[in-house]
Design a protein around this ligand. Sequence first.
Ligand code: CAO
Length: 417
Amino acid sequence: MSNKPLEGIKIIDFTHVQAGPACTQMLAWFGADVIKVERPGSGDVTRNQLRDIPDADALYFTMLNSNKRSLTLDTKKPEGKEVLTKLIKESDVLVENFGPGALDRMGFSWENIKALNPKMIVASVKGFSDGHHYDDLKVYENVAQCAGGAASTTGFWDGPPTISAAALGDSNTGMHLAIGILTAIIGRQQTGKGQKVAVSMQDSVLNLCRVKLRDQQRLDRVGYLEEYPQYPHGTFSDVVPRGGNAGGGGQPGWVLKCKGWETDPNAYIYFTIQGHAWAPICRAIGKEQWIEDPDYNTAEARQSHIFDIFGKIEDWLADKTKFEAVDILRKFDIPCAPVLTMKELANDESLRKSGSIVEVDHKVRGKYLTVGSPIKFSELKPEITSSPLLGEHTEEVLRELGYSTEQVALMQKAGAV
Ligand code: CAO
């Protein structure tokens, strides 16, 4: 038996940029046959975006499209429509993240696809959910972070709303869509019928910002949020403020300076004060006298001078690098981590060993780093392969659909593939 659980699932990957491709890439890692449908001549716009080697597909593309096949198809031409129709009849899932209404305008509405193949699962990413008052908008990552509540709650209180570097709007939405697709596949095993699965980028960001919706309701009720830096000396308005680097739950935390911070912008650790770990923290930083001191020994007492406490911890950190500090603190069971740069992560031996970062070989660009599966299985070790060249598998896929070499040549002549 195959150790790739999604083997046998055929996916028409009508996605582009990041949100959709992140979803289908993950399904490809787990064994699905993902056929990326791209416009002849140009393909996914990310093939050309931010290129670092003039004639090679950009890393933006290669890192979101591994393990896929590429079929070029102009789905606005009659021949292209015919090929897509055939593909729909024998596939399990169609994934798309076009602008609102594009698939319908192409002639492939959900109703039409269902009529062609009642078992088909059609999975879509849009900026906003169907029926939302913004559902006609085209949306990119940062737009979604603003619309989903992340931007208004990220950053410092005296600065503007801030975008996270993590792709909360794009890849996060793709991950939600993957869960939706797998759920629909299980559902189909029970009912024999496909269904439409839709995920909006706004909803996906909001789903990750749920603790801020929690905070809004607490603020509405009591007028303050005790874990935010604004408490108890600052003021609160009627909306959840930006809390800088404060911990999001009941454990106060902050990004603290380590040795070398004056010249190295990443010489920091994240330090968490877990309430029940107060005594080990005091021992770790040589402040045993704080263990029983009533000004320090309860979370409530600490909160009014939490930044003085963080300041004292920074005094202790002043002669330790971020790595040395974590090596000491881990012995006291204190939740903490160094602030790692992309360079440090790229060279991290543990991440290479676990397959979370892998090196793959691309036909044109040679070796490059990409992400591997963040999900680890006991019975599946996803093998990450390179992204396809534009149209690399066009002929192969068309032959599988029953087209002869002559028919393929005619379609090529008509510019349909
Ligand atoms: N053959 C023929 N036509 C094709 C085609 C193909 N293989 N692939 C795409 N097209 C056509 C579409 O049918 C559409 O045509 P019409 O608008 O004329 O009907 C056209 O290309 C443009 O598609 P689009 O609206 O998706 O592209 P865009 O560059 O204008 O917008 C984006 C890009 C991302 C803003 C938009 O797709 C969108 O809002 N998607 C949903 C949200 C999303 O996923 N955003 C995240 C992207 S990752 O940051």
